[in-house]
Design a protein around this ligand. Sequence first.
Ligand SMILES: [Zn+2]
Length: 370
Amino acid sequence: MTLRERARTWLNTIPVRLQRRAQDYLTQDRLHRRLRLGDHTLAAELIGYQDTYHMALTTGIQYELTCSCSLPSQPCVHAVALVLDVDRHFQDYTEASWKACLQAKDALSRWPFDEGLDWSLIDKARPWWRHAYQAERLEAIREGALRPPARQGIAKDASLALWAELDPSWLSHPAVTDAFRIWLDTRSPVVPQDWPLWILLHWMQPLLPLNAIFLSAVHPSRAAQALLAQMHHPAPLIRPTAQRHIRLLEDITLLDPDLANPLWTLAEGLDPYHLVQADALFVANQRKKAIALLERHLPNDKNARRQARRRLVQWTSPEDSVPHQLAMAWESGLIEDLTSIQHLISPQTWDRVTRAIQTDPNASPKDDWV
Ligand SMILES: [Zn+2]
């Protein structure tokens, strides 16, 4: 059961009178600073009639509803307001803002209670860039991208927060990724003190294309150190996901393939077919290693195998790619997979191969075909 579903079930058990009192807080717009921590905590701030409260709906071994007030009755009216709000404004519960992550550091072990988190660093309401893509806001993104880098360094760069927090739906629009590249080009190579910021940016927004930044590292070991520290952060405000971990492994590979090698082995579950690792090696100019890795671990899974073959075809010379193209056509049963190498095969062999693929799906490629 998700937290939202749990909130709904909870509501059914809460007396209507208590729900009405909680509803008054929402009608008077007293609940704000909504925050999500991974898939296991939703929290918010409530301005009460006497004081300010922080409530959290969490799930670990069991579901819990907590509040910073000292009212004896549980759940208190503030916690009920949270449950009502989660049901209606679930989308507004977003992960922490850039400025909260910058200042949180290691002081979060007791979170979500009052100590440890400065609630003023959480936005009162969800800003426009944390909503799904809106074409009419594109100009604001472009203008931000064209602004020159701040003289005081990347930490003062206003656009950094926007990129880190941008709703992922924006990143599938070419105009947005173009704007990001323009912004990036004026900020590379990276000065050593900015590494933690770049790594935090990639952690918060794993879909951003940051390969160029990692390839431009002036001090690869310092950058790799910062990456490792992020991967093993004791209390991250932005929770680890497989995608976040795999991006950092990719970045470590770009900086130092030998250092990254044992880490990929430890994280094999994240990349079972070694496709991301091979991509990272290829971008890091380790083409032979990338090819050898894929050839050594050709996936049994049909789709993954096709993805591995596609990479091998792209990364090898036209002549060396022939066996992979033949195998790919064989596995897919599609003659189109062969058309780019037709000129490398004699007409007689071409006839035999295409006929065999079309008529006998159980046959296998023969050595004398190429
Ligand atoms: Zn309370």
